[in-house]
Design a protein around this ligand. Structure first.
Ligand SMILES: NC(=O)N[C@@H](CC(=O)O)C(=O)O
Ligand SMILES: [Zn+2]
Ligand SMILES: [Zn+2]
Length: 428
């Protein structure tokens, strides 16, 4: 099977557009040059489209097994493909939890049978994610675990976290942490700040997150383990990670599009599409996250795609589950509201979604180069369209970004040389 992408725009390291053709054979990029004349089975006209490496999202909730009303591996990965993502890492807060070789193997089988893009499955740190007993890391690594995390809850015991980090370090695997100190959650549903006060809601204070990160960077120093912070959200957390990096500790961090784009002041009222964990913080936190991303304290962007049903989200601010979907809106939102507004460059945005996560976790994908896997997205940077949750391929409709005008919509997504999704108007 061979594919020729004709007349696309490639972005150079200097951020310039250059017109190129790309020839793909047997899933790999074999030639990148101007005016390739070789015949190919499939020809894709990429005139006026940006050719970027397929995006990598190392934090998504696909919900299968156990949460199929919210999402499945099939719908979640179709949603990923439509959003331009060619690799996603699936969080283990499913029912059952992938906390044994057997459970992980079942998930791998479902991925093989139904996934539209590459899926890297996380295994849990503790059995059933209840923080009482470590899983068998070596067996889970052998069964294909990408890394270990109890995302959805924080690991409460420092002793448990230290033991996990020591074990992970022994087998050269990362601990990926949802940072939340249960004794500080305060039964909150939003950030403890202006919005919680105004609406008389319990708030989750910033220190609920930052205290865990501070504890964990010291534990990871002691264990010499790669420690990765999920969905970092506060200015204090950014400072702790910055200082830890300066001290030479192997810590990395991700930030979500919604924490870069919104703060508590943007919550219009008691709308559960603005309820997620960690919550939207203060304006100064949002600024610190942008600064942290720009100075390298924060390594990359991940969506924390967290679909829930409309019924669940209708339960009101106090009772509705935390989480919003993100795969189909991440790039258009960040392109329109960060790149076009000069917060960061297009090159930086693409790096935050491709080579940065790849390098952080040693993946071979995330770049366009001869010999590399043909994981590619074609993007239309000119056409403006409103975000319409009813058009999502995800089962989730829970987004605060419905109705936002965006440019930068994916047009075609290719995984390993095969088209995973394309806009219906594109002919091949
Ligand atoms: N982020 C969320 O608000 N929710 C996530 C859990 C998590 O990422 O901690 C979920 O699984 O719904
Ligand atoms: Zn989490
Ligand atoms: Zn999550």
């Amino acid at each position: 099977m061979s594919t020729l992408i004709k007349n696309g725009q490639l972005l150079t390291n200097e951020g310039k557009f250059i017109k190129r053709d790309i020839l793909i054979e047997a899933g790999k990029i074999v030639e990148i040059s101007e005016g390739i004349t070789k015949k190919a089975k499939e020809v894709i006209d990429a005139s006026d489209l940006l050719i970027a490496p397929g995006f990598i999202d190392l934090h998504v909730h696909l919900r299968e097994p156990g949460g199929e009303k919210k999402e499945t591996i099939a719908t979640g990965t179709m949603s990923a493909a439509k959003g331009g993502f060619t690799t996603v890492a699936a969080m283990p807060n499913t029912r059952p939890v992938p906390d044994s070789k057997e459970q992980l193997e079942k998930i791998n089988k479902r991925i093989e049978e139904t996934a539209a893009v590459r899926v890297l499955p996380y295994a849990s740190i503790t059995i059933r994610e209840i923080g009482e007993e470590l899983t068998d890391f070596a067996a889970l690594k052998e069964a294909g675990a990408f890394a270990f995390t109890d995302d959805g809850v924080g690991v409460q015991s420092a002793a448990m976290m230290l033991a996990a980090m020591k074990k992970a370090a022994e087998i050269n695997m990362a601990i990926v942490a949802h940072c939340e100190e249960n004794t500080l959650i305060n039964k909150g549903s939003v950030h403890e700040g202006e919005f919680s006060k105004k609406h008389g809601l319990n708030g989750i204070p910033s220190v609920c997150e930052s205290v865990h990160i501070a504890r964990d960077v010291l534990l990871s120093e002691a264990a010499n383990c790669h420690y990765h912070v999920c969905h970092i959200s506060t200015k204090e957390s950014v400072r702790v990670v910055r200082d830890a990096k300066k001290a030479g500790i192997k810590v990395t961090a991700e930030v979500t599009p919604h924490h870069l784009l919104l703060c508590e002041r943007d919550i219009p009222g008691l709308d559960t599409n603005y309820k997620m964990n960690p919550p939207l913080r203060g304006a100064a936190d949002k600024e610190a996250l942008i600064e942290g991303l720009l100075d390298g304290t924060i390594d990359f962007i991940a969506t924390d795609h967290a679909p829930h049903t409309a019924e669940e989200k209708a339960a009101g601010m106090k009772l509705a589950p935390f989480g919003i979907v993100g795969l189909e809106t991440a790039f258009p939102l960040l392109y329109t509201h960060c790149v076009e507004k000069g917060v960061f460059t297009l090159k930086q945005l693409i790096d935050f979604l491709t080579i940065k996560p790849a390098e952080t976790f040693g993946l071979s994908t995330g770049k366009i180069a001869v010999g590399a896997e043909a994981d590619i997205v074609l993007l239309d940077l000119n056409h403006t369209e409103k975000i319409d949750p009813e058009q999502f391929l995800s089962k989730g409709r829970n987004t605060p970004f419905g109705g936002w005008d965006c440019k930068g919509w994916p047009v075609l997504t290719m995984v390993n040389g095969e088209i995973a999704w394309k806009k219906s108007s594109v002919t091949v």
